[in-house]
Each structure stands twice: as C-alpha cells, then as structure tokens.
Design a protein around this ligand. Sequence first.
Ligand code: COA
Ligand code: AMP
Length: 633
Amino acid sequence: MTYKEIYTESIEKPAKFWKEQADAIEWYNKPEVILSEDENGYPLWYKDGELNICYLALDKHIQDGRGDQIAFIYDSPVTQNIKKYTFSEVKTEVAKLAGGMLSLGLKKGDTAVIYMPMIPQAAFAMLACARIGVTHSVVFGGFAPHELAIRIDDCKPRLIITTSSGIEIDRVIAYKPLVDEAIELASHRPKKVVVFNRKLGARVPFKKYDVDYDALVYGSEEAACVPVNTTHPLYILYTSGTTGKPKGVVRDTGGYAVALKFSMTHIYNVQQDDVFWAASDVGWVVGHSFIVYGPLINRNTSLIFEGKPIRTPDSSTFWRIIAEHKVNAMFTAPTAIRAIKKEDPDGEFIKQYDLSSLKAQFLAGERCDIATLEWYQKHIPAPAIDHWWQTESGWPMIANMMGVEQLPIKPGSVGKAVCGYNIRIFSEDGTEVEPNKEGYVVVKLPLPPGTLLDLWKDNPRFKAGYLEQFPGYYFSGDGGYKDDEDYIFITGRVDDVINVAGHRLSTAEMEEVVSSHASVAECAVIGINDSLKGQIPLALVVTKLNDEIEHYQLEQETIKLVRQQIGAVASLQNVVIVERLPKTRSGKILRKLMRSIADGESFQIPSTIDDESIVEEIDTVLKKYKIGVYNIK
Ligand code: COA
Ligand code: AMP
C-alpha cells in the first residue's frame, strides 16, 4: 500500500483500520467494540479488551522461544559500563520486583512514582508496575524536589521507586535526599520508598519507609501478569502546561499497545530483532514509548543510554554506540545533533566508525533547523527524518512513515499526517486556512488509539485545554502550516510553553518562582532562540519601588531559586531588570512582542499596546545585557 492509500483508509474507515491493527498484538480478551465514547462523549478505543502490556513486552517473547534475545543494552559512558539483559533475565527481575511490590501491599489500581536516571532498573520498575496493574508516574530526574512533591500530591503514590544516585557530566547527583525532601514538602505520604543502591558513593540517608531494591527482588516470588481492561491507566506522565501546575496526561493500556506496535513497524520501519535506540530519558514520553514499551512489544533490542551526546567522554559517543551495538534505527532531539556539530563540525569522529547498520535517524522533541538537518545528511549515511508529536499523543502524529513508503524529505517540514491523525490548520475562528498560511495545528476527533485518555483527576482542564477551543477537534498548542502537497511545517508553540534542549517547560511556572524573590514586583519569562538548546528562558524583571538590589545579585539569586524549585534542567541563565513590561491597555503582558524584540525578528506593534515607547526601552535593555540576537553569553 502507498502512504496515500493507507492514510486515507485510516481516516475514512477508522474502526475497520484499527480493528486490523489490534490483531497485531495478543489480548486476553480481544475487543469487540472497537470505537465508542466515554460518559463525556470522548472517543474510546477497544473498551471491552483485556490485556497486559508487560506480558506483551516480555513473557510473550519467552513463550515464543525468544527468551535468549537481548531485550536491553545498557550503555553508560558515565560509569564506563555496558551490560546486556535477555528477555528472560528482564522478565525474572521484573516479575520478582512486581512480587515484592505485592508483598508491600500494592495492588491493581494503586499508583507508584518512579524517580530514576537512565539505568535499567528504571525500566524494570515501569514494567513491574504494569505487570500488576499499578499505574506508574515517572518523574524526570532533572526536576527538583519541589516539582517531585507537586506530582506526589497530585497522583498520590502508595510507593516511590528510586535510586541512590544519577550521574551528570561532571558530578554525581544523590537522588535519595531529593526524594526525602520531596516527601517532606508533599502533603501526601507514600507508604514505602524502594531504593536501588548503585554504590557510587552518594549519600543515601536511611528513613523508616525505605526498602532495599536488591533485597526486595531477591526475597520475592515472581508475580504473574494481571489482566487489565484496555482503558486501565498504564501511566500518568506530567507535562508542562500554561499554568504553574503540570498536567497529568493519562495513558490507556490497550490503545497504546496497538499504537506502539503500529509505530515500530509502520513509522520506524524496524523488524523484530532489530536494535532500536531512542537517546532520550525515561522521564519523557519518548522514553516511555520508544525506550521501554514500543521496542519491547515489537521484540526489538532497546538501548538504555546513560550519558550525553558530548563530553561523555566526547562527541564520538553516538557513533561509537551505533557501530558497537549495530543500531538499526535511532531517535534523538535536534539539540543533540547541534551539540555534536558544534564540537566536531567536520565530522572527524564520524569517519572513524562503521555506521552501515543505521537505516534511519529520527528527530523530534523540538524544531529541527535546516542547517542541522543538512549537516546530518552531509556526514551520516542514513536519512534524517524529522517527525512531530507530544506527550499527549504518546506516538508520532506527523512523520515520514518509513515502514510504509519513504516520501521525499522536505527540509523544514515534519512530514505528512500519520495514519489516524486527521490534521488540519485552523484560523482563530475555527475555519480551515489555505495551504501555506499559518494557523493552529488541530486534529479532528476521534484521535487514534494510544493518545491521551484524560488529565489525571482533572477532566475540566482536559476539556478546556484541548477540546473546547475548536469543538470536535483536539488543539495541539502548536502553530504551523501545510503546503500544497500536504507536507506540514511546525512553526512553534502558540502558548507559553517553551522547549529547552528538547525539554518541555512552562514559562508560567518559572514566572511563579521568579516572582517569589523578595525584590521582584512583576516579571515575565519568555523563551528566546538559542543556537544550541533551540530555546532558553529569559526573565524580565521589574523590581519593587525603592528596592536597590544590584542586577548581579538579583540574577544569581533568581537563577538559584529556579534551580532549587524547578531544577537545573530549566536552564535559566539570563535575568534582566526593566523599568516596566509592555502591556495592552487592559493589562495583558505582551510576551510575544518581547520575544520578537529579543530574537531580532520583524514585528508589528499591537494596536492594543498601552505605550509604544516601551518597544525601544526593551530593545535598549536587551542590547545592554547582550541578550537574544545580541547574546554572547
Ligand atoms: N538529573 C539531574 N540533572 C540533570 C538531568 C538529570 N536527569 N538532566 C539534566 N540535568 C541538569 C544538567 O546537569 C545541567 O545542569 P548544569 O546547568 O548544572 O550544567 C542542566 O540540567 C541542563 O541540562 P541539559 O539541558 O541536558 O544541558 P547540558 O548543557 O548538560 O547538555 C545537551 C546539553 C544538548 C548535550 C543536552 O541537553 C542533550 O543531550 N539534549 C538532548 C535532549 C533530549 O534527549 N531530550 C529528550 C527529548 S527527545
Ligand atoms: P513533549 O510533550 O515534551 O514531547 O513536547 C511536545 C512539543 O514539542 C510539541 O507540542 C512541539 O511544540 C514540540 N515538538 C515536538 N516535536 C517537534 C518537531 N519535530 N518539530 C517542531 N516542534 C516539535
């Protein structure tokens, strides 16, 4: 089938199409009702199906005689360690950990938080939860205790699974004290904390609620897979929204399993046995879908990488791993390629490795600039495929479906709509715009299987955030346009979410933290262009009347506050003091205007502006601090 044929069929006959895809996985009870609606009228897939995703990821392959195949390769340049785990080994450890969790009183329907770096035990913990119907919520290790506490209070875990430490480029990060601090900060108290001790010398304070991971696994019986209904929440994954409170995206089990199997074959074009590497983190959706569940369901070997594209130890790491483990398809964020390109502009390291196993390099998480794409194509003998999706969708929405038909690559475009996603570009009033005109990227309901079910315990926010702006359509929060050939170009977020080195962050959340500084009367945080990280935050601050704090002190204290409250990953480095912020006459801060000034883009001064002279004022201040296009930091 051509792309056009398969895509058209998925849109015109969704129930028939997804019934066929559901046959690609094994169910305890195969669904008969393919597409229906929940009590709010929101589309539901496979509502009467029963399955277990841990069974699909592990046990099934062992039953099929493939237990000796490598499931995970853990490659950790930061600890100089490479370890391989077969499907049988993973299953034994996961089943015993699940058995241990049962002995701690966990049961189907409970929630557990996982706070871990990129080590195999993070994936084992996720799979152990899935095995017994416990809904997991993985929190990215770069988030500070305060952020962890917000998530603990929202999803109320009975258990937290963590480790002694993580390793960043130049330091060991003690995780356990961060978890203890988060528990202190939170109102909800988990019953137990399971701690995997990596014995890397970090401080591991002991608390009464602690349970040793190794002792728990060693002393427990293997737990069997518990069948769950299709709509059973496999996980809650918090992502940044336009307020200070993160949104708990709820993922179902059955639709997700079908969608991931479909993605591995039809988008990523990997065959069973292939080695798949998503160089991301289990704390992000990419890690959930394409480090853990997707590759394992498809019986691929998945790489767990603990390191960075550069400085661990140098910018040859990606190429060394591809060559050494014969990676067939890889996924990373453009920022990683930009980092490598900066350190090795002529690709000298690349020439030292045999990269012939690599069939395709997938890129996502942020906009891929054409220079980066071209650099990649010049140096690497595999197509670079940009594709677009979100935490909410759980799997790609726009791509070049490599397993169907490789369409010509148009630099700057993320490809065409993926099967099941009826993507439209709307103007503010909900009418479709003409080709090549920019608008809001929306998807006609029903979204295909595997996409978000709801926001955790917050259906009103789910409706208000995604469904109400354009009735009958899901609103992605991104802007973009389609060309005459239906290629889609994403131009960026239309809200206050920013993307820093492929990490999705909320400027509203940063504003809350910056505002808490005693000298700050008012502030705005905006995302400005950065040649390495894509975007970085910039805080513009108005100090309190008669407050004479020096800029240096305010900047340092604010940076520290953001690192403490949100985490180092926020990458706030620039804080500037302004006399006032540009506002409309009704008092709304004009963030987009400030972004355009900082990025040196042409802009129109909104007619609603309170006082036009502020444009020059902001420009002068940014020049003084050498920010944005003037940024030499
Ligand atoms: N635990 C603790 N701290 C973390 C962390 C984690 N899991 N992840 C990041 N941090 C810290 C970093 O140490 C850094 O701290 P610093 O300011 O003290 O140096 C800060 O958060 C920012 O981290 P990062 O954005 O990773 O920047 P970097 O300068 O260390 O590295 C890149 C730059 C481009 C190499 C890196 O961002 C990268 O590899 N990006 C790819 C992103 C990616 O895969 N995203 C997933 C979406 S697909
Ligand atoms: P996350 O939910 O963290 O995966 O972030 C999703 C957001 O990242 C999207 O809404 C986009 O704004 C951005 N994004 C993801 N992939 C791409 C891409 N290929 N091109 C441009 N932006 C992207």
